[in-house]
Write a protein of this length. Structure first.
Length: 158
């Protein structure tokens, strides 16, 4: 069995990816018919790919998935959706902005995950894989920031 701290850390990040994917799925439905939907679909696909990499790494390290953490992540996303709908019932620009704020924080956490695993030389992936994944997270964060700032402009000047 792998280090208990590593198992906790990886399961926390896996739970975070569950939250992000649920949030992006809801955002895709809310943004149907807009230019933002293409961005959301692409980002969701990349985050799903990253989640698969994390799950494969956990499997190689013989770290089981924590069902309670995944269930908690799912519940947290549902509570987040409730809060977002309370703030902006029309799923408008404020809803988009706040959703992207959450996704941006998650992506930054994912970048930090890959960097931490690289520095600790955690087996299971090559050093270059960790670096590539961290770079991909940085690119995702930049995409989100562009759309997030456009949503802020719309939300605060409408």
């Amino acid at each position: 069995m792998a280090n208990k701290h590593l198992a906790t850390y990886l399961n926390d990040h896996l739970a975070g990816s569950v939250t992000a994917l649920e949030l992006l799925t809801s955002l895709e439905a809310a943004q149907t018919g807009t230019d933002v939907v293409r961005f959301v679909v692409k980002l969701r696909a990349e985050i799903a790919d990253d989640q698969q990499v994390l799950e494969a790494l956990m499997e190689r390290l013989q770290i089981p998935k924590s069902r309670p953490r995944q269930a908690g992540a799912w519940l947290a996303e549902k509570l987040t959706q409730l809060k977002l709908r309370f703030d902006d019932p029309a799923d408008g620009a404020l809803h988009l902005l706040q959703s992207l704020d959450i996704v941006a924080v998650g992506i930054e956490g994912k970048r930090a995950l890959w960097r931490a695993l690289a520095v600790a030389a955690v087996p299971g992936l090559q050093q270059s894989d960790y670096e590539r994944l961290a770079q991909r997270a940085e690119e995702q964060k930049q995409w989100v920031e562009t759309v997030r700032l456009a949503a802020a402009k719309t939300a605060f000047t409408a």
